[in-house]
Design a protein around this ligand. Structure first.
Ligand SMILES: NC(=O)c1ccc[n+]([C@@H]2O[C@H](COP(=O)([O-])OP(=O)(O)OC[C@H]3O[C@@H](n4cnc5c(N)ncnc54)[C@H](OP(=O)(O)O)[C@@H]3O)[C@@H](O)[C@H]2O)c1
Length: 168
């Protein structure tokens, strides 16, 4: 593998990451800023489902890779066949996997992930159908920094921001 991979994800209390092909919660402006500032000027890798959930458009100021066996020919997007391929051809210094469930799983069972930026939304979203399998991180990552933000910009939720670093 040519470079470390970073995961960025936001989860509900039960690991929920989606509802009806979107996020389970209403806008959380601070988390959106957090995502933008971390991933700006980097390579972002996503599955086709995540690409559709962001409106089938590339994220600006980033190199966009979409993993798919069915898509082809979309301007501003490089369609690739696997996470391994993405890590070999990425040209930016940092590489973030931004979703979804199956690709997070594939990455976490590999040795490729160096850090996980995890936003924890302290609420339950019972109608969610897609989950982040945080148990795959147990014993292999340590919570390096976490902080609670209470500046009224978290969409009415209690939210904590974590950075987990690989230890094993
Ligand atoms: N809360 C968060 O932080 C967060 C982050 C990301 C996404 N999400 C949410 O999660 C949902 C999307 O996640 P998802 O799990 O349903 O979909 P996904 O993982 O984004 O995409 C799944 C698709 O990726 C392609 N794919 C996956 N593994 C592949 C492989 N090994 N080789 C080739 N192609 C592969 C396939 O596309 P083809 O069928 O085209 O082959 C597959 O159907 C959305 O609702 C989104 O809002 C939330």
């Amino acid at each position: 593998m040519t470079r470390p991979l970073k995961i960025i994800v936001a989860v509900g209390r039960g690991g929920e990451i989606n509802y009806r092909n979107s996020l389970p919660w209403e806008r959380i402006p601070r988390d959106m800023d957090h995502f933008r500032s971390l991933t700006k000027d980097s390579t972002v890798i996503m599955g086709r489902g995540t690409f559709e959930s962001i409106g089938c458009r590339p994220l600006p100021c980033r190199e966009n890779f979409v993993i798919s066996r069915t898509l082809c020919g979309i301007e501003g997007i490089r369609i690739i066949s696997s996470l391994q391929e993405a890590l070999h051809i990425a040209t930016f210094e940092e590489t973030f996997l931004i979703g979804g469930q199956e690709l997070f799983r594939q990455a976490l069972v590999s040795d490729w992930v160096s850090e996980v930026y995890l936003t924890r939304v302290h609420a339950e979203f019972p109608r969610a159908t897609v989950f982040f399998q945080e148990k795959l991180m147990y014993g292999r990552f340590t919570d390096d920094t976490s902080f609670l933000v209470d500046d009224g910009d978290d969409g009415g939720y209690d939210v904590t921001y974590h950075r987990y670093v690989r230890i094993a």
